[in-house]
Design a protein around this ligand. Structure first.
Ligand SMILES: O=C1O[C@H](COP(=O)(O)O)[C@@H](O)[C@H](O)[C@H]1O
Length: 230
């Protein structure tokens, strides 16, 4: 199931999105003394992260982790961890805990044994913010990868290594069932090309061709799409 929220521009979207996230995180802190926020990397969320980092919240009670990362250490420009540290974990949000999806092993496949225990025992997330590529990938669940059936399986482990053939770097990605284990799921889209991809995703049901469908068309999960054209 999917609900589309459209905004006039990124400023309006980011303000509304930050307010929604704050309310969710505050509710989680009030109810269980801790909150869990899963974010995506790439270009789309950078301005949202900067807005969020300045908000008033007991950030020391918030744990932040990525939905996926490229198999790069955080000194590398394309590391999602580097992006989150430079934009979200700043200002007030500097106090948040961060769980890395990276380990210093030669390949992501070798790193799974180290990363899996960090994620597998976490409770239900409070909010997951997904991104989407133009091929319909989300997190690092790529349609072109040999691991896509494993990543979308209902009994998949919490994390898996993936190797896209149409994008650079091996990846570490949370799986479909681990990402679905969240109180709320958002899909963050900026640009009319992403709206066209969303339309294509809603027009068919083959999840292996466009993995974002597994979230948008899930029979129980409710995904809120936060969209602006510019
Ligand atoms: O490779 C990735 O791509 C997606 C989409 O990125 P964007 O630059 O189009 O916003 C992102 O959600 C994911 O975290 C990232 O690793």
């Amino acid at each position: 199931m999917m609900q589309l929220q459209q905004f006039t521009d990124t400023t309006a979207l980011n303000q509304d999105f930050a307010n929604r996230l704050l309310a969710l995180l505050q509710q989680a802190i009030d109810e269980r003394g801790a909150a869990y926020l899963v974010v995506s990397g790439g270009k789309t969320p950078q301005a949202l992260f900067q807005t969020l980092s300045q908000t008033e919240l007991a950030w020391d009670k918030v744990t932040v982790l990525l939905a996926d990362d490229r198999w790069l250490d955080d000194s590398q420009a394309d590391s999602n961890e580097r992006l989150v540290k430079a934009t979200l974990l700043q200002n007030n949000a500097k106090a948040a805990q961060f769980i890395s999806l990276y380990a210093n092993t030669a390949s992501a496949f070798d790193g799974v044994a180290q990363v899996l225990p960090r994620i597998a025992a976490l409770p239900t997330f409070d909010a997951v913010i997904l991104g989407m590529g133009e091929d319909g990938h989300t997190a690092s669940l790529f349609p072109c990868s040999g691991q896509i059936k494993q990543g979308l399986a209902p009994d998949a482990p919490a994390v898996l290594a993936t190797e896209p053939t149409t994008a650079p770097y091996q990846r570490m990605s949370l799986s479909l069932p681990r990402l679905l284990n969240s109180r709320l799921i958002f899909l963050h889209l900026v640009g009319s090309n992403k709206l066209s991809v969303l339309d294509k995703a809603m027009a068919d049901t083959d999840v292996y061709a466009m993995p974002i469908r597994a979230f948008l068309q899930h029979p129980v999960a409710n995904v809120t799409v936060m969209y602006t054209a510019k």
